[in-house]
Design a protein around this ligand. Structure first.
Ligand SMILES: Cc1ncc(COP(=O)(O)O)c(C=O)c1O
Length: 396
């Protein structure tokens, strides 16, 4: 067996299952799950239709690079959304969801034979970053998010000697679980660090289309262009249709950026065998080409967050995030695990304890004392969950 497998941490949901074993959720109330961040809004008809209209594609092997029309549809979306012109032939590559791409990119860019190979990632974070680093033979370094600065990651806390051996930096904007969007000034800092130390930046942007401010979240390619980095050197942006278009089961996304990195990534992917089904490619072309369903989807989240957030803000430390579909809330009493377990037992509402989404770094676990609530269900169910949480806190 690959000994690196032994270094992987159990997934947060596995740990939660372990913690909740032996708990009987209140049987008088219907269960409501706010734990898992799986989109639940309806899949748009145009995507379902494109899938069923293109079943003939099942009869052929797809190319790993994807069909030119898919790459062009992705590039056209980047141009409309971010005002960035990409060469669809060299700067765009389809991937089977951003999760596999986040993982595979680390296997492509990390050289484990260089001493102290390090991957820097935010903390709390999406656990794939850590697993990707460990299986690539690198050591993760966790940079804590700062609750006093809208949960911006404290990149300045990373010691110079850590940056010096860093080969890959994961960033997540809008962030999971914090919802924080990185401003241009933060990108400038990270690009300067990347230039100085030679590391690759993998920018996870899969929540970019669900936002609550007037201005859409700044993307990494857009930030690079604004700062005069027209070749997107050492930058790879990753995005997906899962959240934008409510198709987490379709497994479709793309990466874009540095052409030299994408060339090596394509080579890796050819052997890895992660080509996208022609049927999914056809549906993805339809999805990237339509913005109406994205606006409708965003409106649903906006209406839901506008109703739920003030209710919860009356009893806990929570505010409307910049973007994403999570509330990242401080719990009264400060014990996130105890809060989650009692809430489940008494009110049959499942939430994710924040400490399971982070590691201790610099003597603190920046997820401790917080819970993550995914507002993915319908507005009625989310409101019912919020009302139960209010009753739970008030009864304490
Ligand atoms: C931060 C983050 N990145 C990436 C993903 C992966 O999404 P997908 O593989 O569906 O594109 C998720 C899914 O929950 C996520 O939360």
């Amino acid at each position: 067996m690959n000994p690196l497998l032994g270094r992987l941490h159990p997934y947060p949901f596995e740990r939660l299952r372990e913690l909740t074993r032996g708990i009987t959720p209140n049987p008088a109330l219907a269960p409501i799950g706010l734990g898992i961040g799986e989109p639940k809004h309806a899949t748009p008809e145009l995507i379902k239709r494109a899938l069923s209209d293109n079943l003939a594609g099942l009869a052929s092997y797809p190319a790993t690079a994807g069909e030119p029309r898919l790459r062009e549809a992705c590039a056209a979306w980047v141009r409309r959304r971010y005002g960035v012109a990409l060469d669809a032939a060299t700067q765009v590559l389809p991937v089977v969801g951003s999760r596999e791409a986040l993982f595979a990119l680390a296997q492509t860019v990390i050289d484990p034979t260089r001493p102290g190979a390090t991957v820097v990632c935010p903390n709390p974070f999406y656990q794939i970053y850590e697993g990707a680093a460990l299986l690539a033979g690198a050591q993760p370094h966790y940079a804590n998010s700062d609750p006093t600065r809208n949960f911006a990651v404290d990149w300045a806390s990373v010691p110079a000697e850590v940056w010096a051996r860093t080969q890959l930096l994961y960033v997540c904007s809008p962030g999971n679980p914090t919802g924080a969007v990185m401003p241009l000034s933060e990108w400038r800092t990270l690009f300067e660090l990347s230039d100085r130390h030679g590391f690759v930046i993998a920018s996870d942007e899969c929540y970019s289309e669900i936002y609550f401010r007037d201005e859409p979240p700044l993307g990494s390619l857009e930030a690079a262009l604004r700062l005069g980095r027209t070749d997107f050197r050492r930058l790879v942006a990753l995005t997906s249709l899962s959240k934008r278009s409510n198709v987490p089961g379709m497994r479709s996304g793309f990466v874009a950026g540095d052409a030299a990195i994408l060339k090596s990534f394509l080579l890796y992917r050819t052997y890895h065998g992660s080509a996208m089904s022609p049927v999914v490619q056809a549906a993805s072309v339809a999805a990237w080409g339509d913005e109406e369903h994205v606006v409708d989807n965003r409106d649903l989240y906006r209406a839901k967050f506008a109703q739920v957030t003030p209710l919860l803000a009356g009893v806990m430390d929570v505010a409307l995030p910049d973007a994403g579909f999570y509330l990242w809330a401080g719990v009264p009493g400060g014990d996130d695990v105890a809060f989650a377990l009692r809430l489940l037992a008494q009110y049959n509402v499942a939430v994710l304890p924040g400490s399971l989404l982070a590691r201790e770094s610099g003597g603190v676990n920046p997820g401790a004392g917080r819970i993550r609530m995914a507002l993915v269900a319908g507005v009625g169910e989310c409101l019912e969950a919020a009302q139960r949480i209010v009753s739970f806190v008030q009864a304490r």
